[in-house]
Design a binder for this molecule. Structure first.
Ligand SMILES: Cc1cc2nc3c(=O)[nH]c(=O)nc-3n(C[C@H](O)[C@H](O)[C@H](O)COP(=O)(O)O)c2cc1C
Length: 136
């Protein structure tokens, strides 16, 4: 199995209804394809992790990367793994408020962020993504 983590910017802000439709479609596809993950939306920016069988993850990522509803897609991490981090979610979703602090974390939403100083980028970004599990 592999996981891919990327950030991107919405070409136009998503309304709540548009986000709902995107999630409904994504969850149906991901359930079909054995993919799990989480999607964060913060002030027009997305941060998403996709995990599952390599071929399915790559195919899904390629489809997402071509989607014109967002642009500036940058892969932050690609890893092989044995166990899923988000197995319970066909696509978990959290809206993160722009003012929310990223205390203790690199601002992964900032595509200009210099990640070179991050010792273990994948460990850090997964820890950040997993911190959203505890939120209701
Ligand atoms: C930020 C973002 C995240 C997305 N995440 C997923 C996803 O996890 N799974 C998925 O199948 N499609 C996802 N999509 C939608 C795909 O780009 C594409 O529209 C969809 O997979 C097409 O599905 P269809 O071929 O069944 O119509 C996402 C799109 C955006 C903009």
């Amino acid at each position: 199995m592999i996981s891919i983590v990327y950030v991107s910017a919405a070409t136009q802000p998503f309304s709540p209804a548009e986000l709902d439709a995107l999630l409904e479609k994504s969850r149906a596809n991901n359930t079909r394809d054995g993919i799990s993950g989480v999607l964060l939306y913060r002030d027009g920016d997305f941060l998403q992790v996709l995990e599952g069988p390599e071929e399915a993850v790559r195919r899904t990522y390629e489809r997402i990367a071509r989607d014109r509803r967002h642009s500036g897609v940058i892969v932050l991490d690609e890893s092989e793994m044995d166990e899923r981090n988000f197995g319970e979610w066909s696509m978990g979703f959290r809206r993160v408020n722009a003012g929310d602090s990223l205390d203790g974390y690199v601002n992964f939403f900032d595509r200009k962020a210099d990640l070179s100083g991050v010792v273990n980028t994948s460990g850090e970004v997964f820890r950040y993504l997993q911190s959203f599990r505890e939120l209701a």
